[in-house]
Design a protein around this ligand. Structure first.
Ligand SMILES: [Zn+2]
Length: 379
């Protein structure tokens, strides 16, 4: 057996760790750029401790916001970029830090739809401070960017883009509203399930996924119904971090393959799309494996996932899918139709999903009919 596991990010996890940020920032320099979301009330006091220039972003990363942020960082002579926010804020800061030193147009660096120009100059040091529990972006080497021209999301990606430090403080998630808790929490679950069954799975990632899936199974419901449940928030913050480490090393699968074109064409949060698709993506993979590759190791992995989720030693792969479907219902996950997707869109979306980078790690290739069935069931 041969495998690789890489992270160059120093991870600081725990309740209250955000208080170490001023000292941490000082170790990188004195001119700081803080990237935050559109309504940063929850983190205002934390930002105030950093005496930094603030760059506010509304919504998911765009070429314009990255271009503007990079120009600001360069003109101001910033020596460190700090993102305090959800996945979009972290991805924006990560891309700003890279474009500030590499120059050029953000879209040129995009894989799949862009020229795939390489990030060759080390980015400005970047510190990621997540305030949601879902994306794991604080430990990944890519920034997901919408391209309106192509109607698909694609990544700027480079090992150089790994954040220098990730400060994961569960206390920053206590004020998250239930809907965001649900969307991001189910994204975290997806990012633990897909790497675990991926064609690039490895024993180190397995250990992280098994632990993370168990934590989500015990905590997501509780965090949704009672945001002040400290233990549940703790477990979800850890599960999100684990999902980031897992996906950065073993890739994703069919659910994220769909999230790329859907998120590019419709204004829906990434987590909401993954949440709507997860049970059906799992079902298509299990059915495909049973029909075409009954000896495939991923099939037993789906049963292991079911045992972790349900806590029952006799649970089948199908029981796991049913558990996820029931959880989505309890967490009021909207179907894709709620975001404006229609029946007529399905073939086009399935075609784009087949080409998405995440799809390449799916345990087996799915046919166009199977892909249309997945997105159709989530409609
Ligand atoms: Zn995701």
């Amino acid at each position: 057996m041969r495998f690789e596991f890489a992270t160059a990010t120093r991870i600081i996890f725990g309740e209250g760790t955000a208080a170490t940020l001023p000292d941490l920032a000082r170790s990188f320099g004195t001119r700081r750029l803080v990237v935050t979301g559109a309504s940063p009330e929850r983190t205002e006091s934390l930002v105030a401790t950093l005496s930094a220039d603030t760059f506010r972003v509304a919504g998911e990363p765009t070429a314009e916001s990255i271009r503007e942020g990079a120009r600001f960082a360069k003109d101001a002579g910033c020596d460190v970029v700090i993102s305090i926010g959800g996945g979009s804020v972290i991805d924006t800061g990560k891309a700003i830090a890279a474009i500030a030193t590499n120059g050029g147009e953000p879209l040129e660096f995009l894989e799949i739809v862009g020229k795939g120009r390489a990030i060759t100059v080390p980015p400005l040091p970047f510190i990621a401070v997540p305030t949601t529990a879902g994306t794991g972006s604080e430990v990944t080497r890519n920034a997901v960017l919408g391209s309106t021209e192509y109607g698909v999301k694609a990544s700027l990606r480079s090992p150089l883009m790994l954040p220098r430090v990730a400060v994961v403080d569960p206390e920053l998630t206590y004020g998250l509203p239930p809907e965001v808790t649900a969307f991001t929490g189910l994204d975290a679950l997806t990012q633990l399930i897909e790497p675990y069954v991926s064609i690039r799975a490895n024993p180190l990632v397995d250990a992280i996924c098994v632990d993370g899936i168990q934590r989500v199974a015990g905590a997501l419901r509780r965090a949704y119904h009672n945001g002040a449940d400290r233990d549940a928030r703790h477990d979800m913050a850890l599960a999100s971090l684990f999902g980031g480490l897992a996906l950065a090393n073993s890739g994703l699968g069919v659910v994220h393959g769909f999230a790329a074109p859907l998120g590019g064409q419709w204004k829906a949060p990434h987590g909401a799309l993954c949440a709507a698709l997860l049970p059906y993506g799992m079902a298509a993979n299990v059915a495909g494996l049973r029909a075409r590759a009954p000896q495939h190791p991923a099939l037993e992995r789906y049963s292991a996932i079911a045992r972790l989720l349900t806590g029952r030693s006799d649970a089948s792969a199908e029981d796991g899918i049913e558990w996820v479907r029931a959880l989505s219902e309890e967490l009021s996950i909207p179907a894709l139709r709620a975001w404006g997707v229609t029946d007529a869109d399905l073939p086009g979306v399935a075609e784009k999903a087949a080409k998405a980078s995440s799809m390449q790690a799916n345990p087996l290739p799915l046919t166009q009919e199977e892909l249309i069935a997945v997105v159709g069931a989530a409609l």
